[in-house]
Design a protein around this ligand. Structure first.
Ligand code: SAH
Length: 400
């Protein structure tokens, strides 16, 4: 085998230990000697303070996370074969999905699939890709080629429109087709339910794939009940609930008019008449306050808000928002009702969320029973050495 030559970076004493646990980030403060003569995003070999090979990854001098690890095998070159093998490994995990039931899932979950800085979502026969780091940006062409080789898809849309790219010194771009063709709307199946996805303009990559298992879990509670879905987007939880029985009443609330318009279409595609359900373009906090004033009572309330904080410094503010939201949610619940409370804020942990629910319950003098806990689905694997990359918490409870 040809010997590989990559520029080297060396670590301060003991800084190699966390990498040996499988963690994939090296912060700039851990570097004894930064690599020299290398472009931002370039590949490097990481050596311990004593000069031993530790790992290989890519380097960016412009971010706190100076190096993201791609392999700990000194024999493994970072090339097309590497990308294809990581992709195959990821594809294998997703074989748990029966394509007759579920045709959309996260195919590559960045660090969780050993490919830091890139996510790829599959929507039937198209892929939507997002690149978050300079290192992956330099491998863009190889990555696209490898995806086209490993997967039978009609096209790839690159959605490099996330603001976080700026931290890496990357441009925020318009969505662009980088392989084949990508239509303006894609029809997908999720647990046998049909959804319409707008990969070009939809939020994130077009659909919140990380709620699949919670949507399915909601079904058993929803039959014939009065359901309120807050932050409903294109009607994910709403349509699952509505499909349980014609007797089920569903109210969907979201500020996005385009998401609500798509939600109407999604109902129709599933054989449900949108006129029989309530779709409200409104701020959830305002809606819940008004609903409480009117004395509205629901059997089931879903709270799936967007992230309330992106940084540790904004944590206190986020906790306050969750406290208020869950309090308002509980106030419109009939005794014995089911609350599904979610948080996708990374800096708010499961314990924080459970604590908030307990506090809110106490304030309202209501007893709450914890029923089920969820994180992301199986298509969002988390590297166990990097619990900080896990973000989603979802709690089903009964509010008496
Ligand atoms: N539950 C959805 C995903 C929710 S994502 C699903 O299963 O697909 C969060 C949603 O909250 C987005 O659709 C966004 O438009 C909406 N949103 C953000 N702030 C809001 C607010 N204050 N009131 C109502 N909707 C809001």
């Amino acid at each position: 085998m040809a010997t590989m030559h990559y520029p080297t970076a060396s670590l301060k004493p003991h800084k190699n230990e966390v990498l040996q646990s499988g963690h994939l980030w090296i912060f700039s403060g851990a570097l004894q000697q930064a690599p020299r003569w290398i472009e931002a995003g370039g590949l490097v070999d990481v050596k311990s303070a004593t000069g031993q090979f530790v790992a290989r990854g890519y380097y960016n001098p412009n971010t706190d996370i100076a190096i993201r690890i791609l392999t700990r095998d000194s024999e493994e070159a970072i090339d097309s074969d590497f990308l294809r093998s990581r992709i195959r490994h990821a594809v294998q995990l997703r074989s748990v999905f029966d394509p007759q039931q579920t045709s959309a899932y996260r195919l590559i979950n960045a660090e969780g699939d050993g490919l830091p800085g890139v996510i790829v979502d599959r929507f039937a026969d198209i892929l939507v890709m997002q690149i978050h780091t300079m290192g992956m940006e330099l491998m863009r062409a190889q990555l696209i080629e490898a995806l086209m080789q490993e997967l039978d898809v009609k096209g790839i849309l690159l959605r490099n429109d996330t603001q976080s790219r700026r931290r890496e010194g990357l441009e925020v771009e318009e969505p662009v087709v980088v392989a084949g063709e990508v239509p303006s709307q894609v029809t997908i199946l999720e647990n046998g339910v049909t959804f319409l996805v707008d990969p070009w303009q939809g939020q994130k990559t077009g659909f919140f794939l990380d709620q699949r298992d919670k949507r399915a879990a909601l079904r058993k509670y929803a039959r014939g009940k009065r359901v309120l879905n807050c932050f409903s987007y294109t009607g994910g939880f709403s349509v699952y609930a509505a499909l349980t029985s014609h007797e089920t009443s569903v109210t969907s609330v979201d500020t996005s008019a385009s998401a609500m318009a798509l939600a109407h279409q999604v109902f129709t595609h599933n054989g449900l008449e949108p006129e029989r359900y309530e779709f409200l373009i409104a701020d959830v906090f305002d809606y819940l306050e008004d609903a409480q004033q009117r004395g509205e009572q629901f059997d089931i309330v879903v709270l799936d808000p967007p992230a309330f904080a992106k940084t540790q410094s904004a944590q206190a503010q986020a906790l306050k928002a969750y406290r208020r939201l869950n309090l308002l949610g509980m106030q419109v619940m009939r005794p014995g009702g089911i609350l599904l409370s979610c948080s996708c804020t990374g800096v708010v942990g499961l314990d924080d969320l459970l604590g908030i629910l307990a506090q809110d319950a106490q304030r309202l003098n209501r007893a709450v029973q914890l029923l089920e806990l969820y994180t992301h689905g199986v298509d969002h694997p988390i590297n166990l050495a990097m619990p900080e990359t896990s973000y989603l918490k979802a709690v089903f409870c009964r509010v008496n």
